[in-house]
Design a binder for this molecule. Structure first.
Ligand code: SF4
Length: 327
């Protein structure tokens, strides 16, 4: 049987922001936050997206849900391109693609009760009567492990983990197919992180959700992802199923990130690869391989020629790496 078409297919997506200056606020330069990213996501799958702060991963997530208007490229969701659609044309599709943010305290309006916040998507999309919405809100709270009485309280009355449960309930309200999870546990205590990750996994099993799971912590991404994409300076530099990526990383940047994961076994220490230098500015990205200024293996070719994604091992067609060499 031919493989099912992807739920999401991002093709050569670019998100460039103007850097304005002078009294006329003209664009003096461009910040290339996302610079030619392509990826796919199947129904019910979790694709982890990792990289250091500022690599463009959150911008990519926001462009996919169209909180940003992409500079170029296509965002095919169920075969329909979201990139050129107006906000009014996007409204029916917003039911199907939702986002969970890093800081639920900021994404939840503190002046509204939890019941009002969870009923809002139903009101915007004209779903149900007032009584029907009350029942739906109670069902959402139950689904994320909160009591129905939470509807009468305000977000500030809850802990960070409970607020993230409210954020997840709001994302679930319209029965989405895809949720962009943007660092959903980074602001939480380690003891709470596991509870939220297990909730996301349970919901995925029950509802068949697909997740694009954005995080800077590879240990967290490893726990939840089927496949993992590694981002550096606006580009995907490696993409593989989670097991292959963690066991046979082919890109020097991925290897450095993996070497920084703490080892759980007592007495065993991982050999940390420390990268020199800082991530270059996306306003003045380097010519050639975006990683060459920090790469211990860089050659003249790396400084002149940008590597395309390729298969390092023909027996693993889903493994792709953007490096000229088999290191
Ligand atoms: Fe390093 Fe060159 Fe490979 Fe880039 S192409 S990762 S600089 S070896």
């Amino acid at each position: 049987m031919p493989p099912a078409p992807p739920l999401l297919e991002v093709q050569d997506l670019r998100m460039h922001f103007p850097v304005r200056g002078g009294i006329w606020r003209r664009a003096r330069a461009w910040c290339r936050a996302v610079d030619g990213v392509s990826l796919t996501l199947q129904s019910g799958e979790t694709l982890g997206l990792v990289g250091e702060s500022g690599c463009g991963k959150s911008t990519l997530g926001k462009a996919i849900v169209r909180l940003h208007s992409p500079t170029a490229g296509r965002i095919l969701f169920n075969g329909r391109d979201l990139a050129p659609l107006s906000q009014s044309a996007l409204k029916p599709l917003r039911r199907e693609v939702q986002m969970v943010f890093q800081d639920p305290g900021e994404s939840l309006n503190a002046r509204h009760s939890v019941g009002e916040l969870l009923a809002e998507p139903f009101i915007i999309h004209r779903i149900g009567t007032a009584a029907d919405r009350t029942a739906r809100v109670a069902a959402l709270l139950d689904r994320v492990g909160l009591p129905a009485s939470a509807a009468d309280r305000f977000p500030f009355e809850f802990s960070g983990g409970q607020r993230q449960r409210i954020g997840i309930a709001r994302a679930l309200a319209l029965n989405p197919k895809l949720i962009i999870c943007d660092e959903p546990v980074s602001a939480l205590d380690v003891s709470i992180q596991g509870q939220i990750l297990n909730l996301l996994l349970d919901l995925q099993r029950e509802l068949g959700l697909a997740y694009l799971f954005i995080a800077h912590d590879l240990a967290v991404v490893k726990h939840v992802s089927d496949r993992v994409a590694v981002m550096y300076l606006g580009h995907i530099v490696e993409l593989a199923d989670a097991d292959t990526l963690y066991r046979r990383a082919a890109h020097p940047y991925t290897r450095a990130l993996i070497s920084a994961i703490p080892v759980a076994e007592p007495g065993r220490r991982s050999k940390r690869i420390v990268l020199s230098g800082d991530v270059p500015s996306p306003i003045h990205p380097p010519v050639g391989c975006p990683f060459h200024a920090r790469c211990p293996h860089a050659t003249e070719r790396c400084r002149a020629e940008k590597p395309a994604l390729r298969q390092p091992d023909p027996s693993r067609p889903d493994h792709q790496v953007a490096c000229h060499f088999d290191l």
